[in-house]
Design a protein around this ligand. Structure first.
Ligand code: CUA
Length: 196
């Protein structure tokens, strides 16, 4: 009788047990599905990167979080929006428990904008909905994101990384105004929109 074959593997299978070849075939099919899904996801990453400029943040610049407020790029007088010689804008902000400083920045529409942020305490997140801006703000590093706003309006920016008990209240905003309106502002008014 076959079911008493001395080699255990040669005995017929019990009812309901699937032969090894059939298992292998099913596994290969699932493997093909998984590889297909990976290819689709990789293609989406590449496509959104190329067409919408959505990239993983890659700026590696270090800064001492204990002294950044004393002088240099993130001293209080340098925070907010500054106009570069080429007409582009640079907005510098500090993230700290539980606020962004300045709490509101003003930029012009249809203008290249570079956000530069750093943290004085823990990891925060900087996200502007419906844009390509989404970065972690890690103490000790300067996060840099570039964008261009196509529509004026108020972009609320929630802290996007749990940073402590007050995380849910860490909201700020970016005010995107028409170009003419922005250029009509005095340099001090362009810095931020905190007073309004
Ligand atoms: Cu800062 Cu959450």
């Amino acid at each position: 009788m076959a079911d008493t074959h001395p080699d255990f593997l040669q005995r017929p299978l019990l009812d309901g047990v699937v032969p090894a070849e059939q298992v292998a075939r099913t596994e290969k099919r699932w493997l093909a599905v998984m590889v297909g899904m990976l290819i689709v996801m990789m293609a989406i990453v590449v496509l959104t990167g190329v067409t919408n400029a959505i990239h993983p943040p890659s700026n590696v610049e270090t800064i001492d979080p204990t002294t950044l407020h004393l002088d240099g790029e993130f001293a209080e007088s340098n925070l907010g929006t500054a106009q570069e010689l080429d007409g582009s804008l640079t907005a510098r902000l500090i993230a700290e428990q539980y606020a962004f400083v300045p709490e509101c920045v003003k930029v012009a529409v249809d203008t290249p904008v570079k956000f530069r942020l750093t943290s004085t305490d823990v990891v925060h997140g900087f996200l502007l909905p419906a844009t390509n801006v989404n970065t972690m703000v890690v103490p000790g590093f300067v996060a840099e994101v570039r964008t261009r706003f196509t529509r004026p309006g108020i972009y609320r920016m929630p802290c996007n990384e749990f940073c402590g008990n007050g995380h849910h209240g860490m909201w700020s905003r970016v005010e995107v105004v028409p170009k003419e309106q922005f250029h009509a502002l005095a340099p001090t008014e362009r810095l931020s929109c905190v007073q309004q």
